[in-house]
Design a protein around this ligand. Structure first.
Ligand code: NAD
Length: 368
């Protein structure tokens, strides 16, 4: 982490030495970057739910390039409790109605949207229009069209957009990618990924409401298996096939999918087999190479992931993926560099998700 910080600081010293023109920063971005070269950027969280409270706010206590500066919530009491806990001034607390006035708040550089999926588009676009850079949680939105509108809105507002795929900062996912790219055990022959958890809580929860969630386990958990296959191989699936679903509890899952199974076909004919579920505890990637298998299990946890290779266990010190993710994005904002997890990543995954839903309806192979 210290090395990372030094690097970004050195980048700024160099930027000062070579002059701002060569950095091709836009006027708005250069003002932001120059005003805050060594300062932490302020992040405002929109939606103070489980993920925000359990992972993101705690991860922001360890960031070097950004800090928790603002809160956006529909619950004033909850916002006040958070503000006291995280030392957020009351002037930086917003609700969903006055959110747009965040435009006038120089403390806030980045808005992190951690709401039910159907609200991602509205708050991403409002944040960009308010002049803020945006991190939006996965799945990016309920349709590809919405995702594309979000990318276009951020582009138009000249703001950076990133999707909360923390996997890009998980050492196990990075190691699997390296093993694939370097062909450490030869070429990849087979790839299977599964992600799921037991969802048997409140039937009124937004995850079971199609209008708010867009879909079920496929959108919520399966999207990480799509990311894993795309991230590891660097290839884009061209079609999905053998798509099917099961519902363990049709009453609970009357609006959204429960278990979904699908194969993704890549341009070279390579097929990845994936599974998502709201009725199983699943978290694995199994990759078969010419000279042995690599298994990551659990593969998608916040921490505690484990991996084995033909040479023995993978061994990495623990990291806070979200801390690395937010620090990386804040650094991108500072140096006006596109995020390594840009909005387009969310668009690409949603194209696969939509093809899978078409496959569930048609029972046929569907092009992505
Ligand atoms: P949650 O239900 O715990 O939190 C949602 C928040 O949105 C709550 O604070 C709720 O009050 C607020 N909200 C505002 N308008 C709402 C409405 N109309 N209906 C319901 N809630 C409303 O959900 P969560 O588990 O924190 O998930 C939020 C987002 O974070 C989702 O997009 C989810 O996929 C994503 N997430 C990502 C990861 C990851 O590993 N990247 C993990 C968990 C969740």
């Amino acid at each position: 982490m210290e090395k990372y910080q030094q690097l970004s600081r050195r980048g700024f010293i160099r930027a000062g030495a070579i002059g701002i023109g060569t950095l091709s920063l836009t006027p708005a971005l250069s003002a932001l970057a120059l005003n805050k070269p060594d300062k932490k950027l302020g992040i405002a969280i929109v939606g103070l739910g489980m993920y925000a409270g359990g992972q993101i706010a705690p991860a922001l206590q360890h960031t070097q390039n950004c800090y928790l500066a603002g809160l956006v919530s529909g619950h004033p009491t909850k916002a006040a409790e958070w503000a006291a806990k995280y030392n957020v001034p009351s002037k930086n607390i917003y609700n969903y109605q006055n959110f747009d006035t965040i435009a006038q708040n120089p403390d806030i550089d980045i808005v992190y949207v951690i709401l039910p999926v159907a609200l991602h588009k509205e708050y991403t676009i409002r944040a960009a229009k308010a002049g803020k850079h945006v991190i939006c949680e996965k799945p990016m939105a309920v349709t590809v069209k919405d995702c594309e509108e979000m990318v276009a809105a951020c582009k138009k507002a000249n703001r950076l957009l990133s999707i909360g795929y923390r996997m890009h900062f998980d050492p196990y996912a990075l190691e699997l990618k390296r093993i694939y790219q370097k062909q450490v055990y030869g070429k990849l022959k087979a790839f299977e990924a599964a992600n799921g958890f037991f969802y048997n809580t409140d039937p009124k929860a937004w995850r079971l409401n199609k209008a708010l969630a867009g879909g079920g386990s496929l959108m919520d958990m399966g999207i990480y298996t799509i990311q894993a296959a795309r991230f590891t191989t660097g290839m884009e699936p061209v079609a999905v096939m053998n798509v099917r679903q099961e519902k363990t509890n049709p009453e609970l899952f009357k609006e959204v999918d429960d278990k979904v199974f699908w194969d993704m076909e890549f341009p070279n004919g390579f097929v990845a087999k994936c599974k998502s579920s709201y009725s199983d505890q699943l978290s694995s990637v199994h990759a078969e190479f010419e000279r042995g298998n690599v298994d990551v299990k659990p593969a998608f946890y916040y921490n505690g992931n484990k991996g084995t290779t033909p040479d023995g266990p993978m061994n990495f010190p623990p990291v806070i993926q979200q801390t690395l993710q937010m620090d990386d994005f804040a650094n991108c904002v500072k140096i006006n560099k596109k995020s390594q997890v840009p909005g387009e990543e969310g668009v690409k995954d949603m194209k696969v998700v939509e093809a899978i839903y078409r496959g569930l309806a048609s029972g046929k192979r569907e092009l992505v």
